[in-house]
Design a protein around this ligand. Sequence first.
Ligand code: ZN
Length: 154
Amino acid sequence: MAKLQIRTVGDDVLRKTCRPVEEITPRVLTLLDDMIETMRAANGVGLAAPQVGILRRIAVVEVEEGEIYELINPKIVASAGEQEGAEGCLSVPGRYGLVTRPKHVTVRALNRKGEEYEVTAHDFLARAFCHEIEHLDGKLYIDKVTRMLSEEEY
Ligand code: ZN
């Protein structure tokens, strides 16, 4: 496994649309492993492939320690409710802002074996899924932030 360099805001790669994964190759598996290592080393709860310079529809999420979601070609297939909460991004270091998101989302994705699965998430996990999936279309939370938080607020 290897730690990858995290791209930060201003880097064009964060603004591109990622291509779907056509085939789960050893390279994709290595990327997943490296992304998990990189996310953990940075104390993040999620990381999307463009954040490490790879324009593929791949993201990882780990809100609860040890409960890792590997999302390949993820799609939000259902969402409900609304929540406002603080959000940060490893590509926007040291900043947090309030973002309104659905309270519940159902995500359909492929796992590392290429099997389709669905997961329904609530609250912060739902927020993390929305945030990471938007990265795959070149979107950052700062585009939709209601208010950036000052240092005293987070
Ligand atoms: Zn992010």
